[in-house]
Design a protein around this ligand. Structure first.
Ligand code: 13P
Ligand code: SF4
Length: 305
């Protein structure tokens, strides 16, 4: 049996599913039962009747799956540290201090954060759900933790509320400069259609024809009649883009999230064989963080639905 067949057999035996983010290695995405953006994966994990979830992503994603489904076993098939850099950009103590000073302000926390930060947040969001969540939230003033770029993007979409940004960002998206886009256009042609993730800086987003989450970018490209695209997000998304659009041409910037590349078919197999890499979170954290994560699923529908 090859690795893939062994994984299929073990998944059946252990009632397991494999979830993978679009930034994962190509061979990991090919093994996964579900591939998606962070919102979709959180939803699939919670709704699935599997007993074991093998989460191929970064640490906060696997922890969120555990918090949303405390009765399931969640395996993180990754034996070196694989956190998103934003997991360190805010602390619960700092947020509690802020809340004490400004009790009327609601705290919306990007899922790309530690579980501890989620315990002191009112609601979590992802980039694909943030606009609906802010619109549905019963507050005019919102502290947005920790991504200042996503905060400024949301402020452009939601004009009737005040979004107060925390001072964090994704180091990979934030590093992209206007000159990088200009160079890509110079080298590859002015006809490039630009799609960017909202974790990019405002001046980069302003150059894009489309701004959205990983699934948003995939949908946009699929529907577009254009043939040549500059994709301004992590390069792992190229796997699904090429699968969906074999007739289109894609250009990328050197955007690599090392934390996303630490899962391999071999580690998935080993995890399923040994149950190594189980996510364990204390009950108090699970209970408190579950509120903000469940609110995310609840508030993510368009207002009025
Ligand atoms: P998505 O929710 O768009 O998949 O983004 C997750 C992420 O980590 C972007 O850097
Ligand atoms: Fe975190 Fe950035 Fe990696 Fe996304 S690309 S997981 S935001 S470090």
């Amino acid at each position: 049996m090859d690795i893939r067949e062994k994984i299929v057999k073990l998944k059946k035996e252990k009632k397991a599913i494999v979830l993978a983010h679009y930034y994962q290695r190509d061979d990991v995405q090919e093994i996964a039962d579900y591939v998606g953006d962070s919102f979709y994966l959180a939803q699939v994990g919670k709704e699935s009747d599997a007993e074991v979830i093998v989460f191929c992503g970064v640490r906060f994603m696997a922890e969120s799956a555990k918090i949303l489904s405390p009765d399931k076993t969640v395996l993180f098939p990754c034996y070196t540290e694989a956190p998103c850099c934003m997991e360190y950009m805010a602390s619960p103590e700092e947020i509690l201090q802020y809340k004490e000073k400004y009790p009327e302000v609601k705290v919306v926390t990007y899922v790309n954060s530690s579980s501890a930060v989620k315990t002191v947040s009112d609601v979590c969001c992802t980039s694909s759900s943030v606009e609906n969540i802010i619109n549905n939230l019963d507050s005019e003033e919102i502290l947005f933790v920790p991504d200042k770029n996503l905060a400024s993007y949301v402020q452009e979409q939601v004009l009737n509320k005040k979004i107060i940004p925390w001072d964090g960002c994704c180091n990979i998206h934030d590093a992209i400069k206007v000159s990088d886009i200009e160079r890509a256009i110079d080298e590859n042609g002015k006809d490039l259609v630009i799609a960017a993730h909202p974790e990019c800086k405002k001046n980069v987003r302003d150059m894009a024809h489309y701004v959205g989450s990983t699934s948003g970018i995939l949908n946009y490209v699929k529907k577009s009649s254009s043939k040549r695209f500059l994709i301004v997000t992590e390069k792992g998304i190229s796997h699904q883009l090429k699968k969906d659009n074999p007739d289109k041409e894609f250009f990328f910037l050197p955007m690599l999230c090392k934390a996303m590349k630490k899962v391999f078919p071999e580690t998935i197999l080993e995890s399923l064989e040994t149950m190594n890499g189980e996510i364990i979170i204390d009950d108090e954290t699970v209970t408190k963080a579950a509120k903000a994560l469940n609110n995310m699923l609840l508030f993510s529908k368009p207002r009025g639905e």
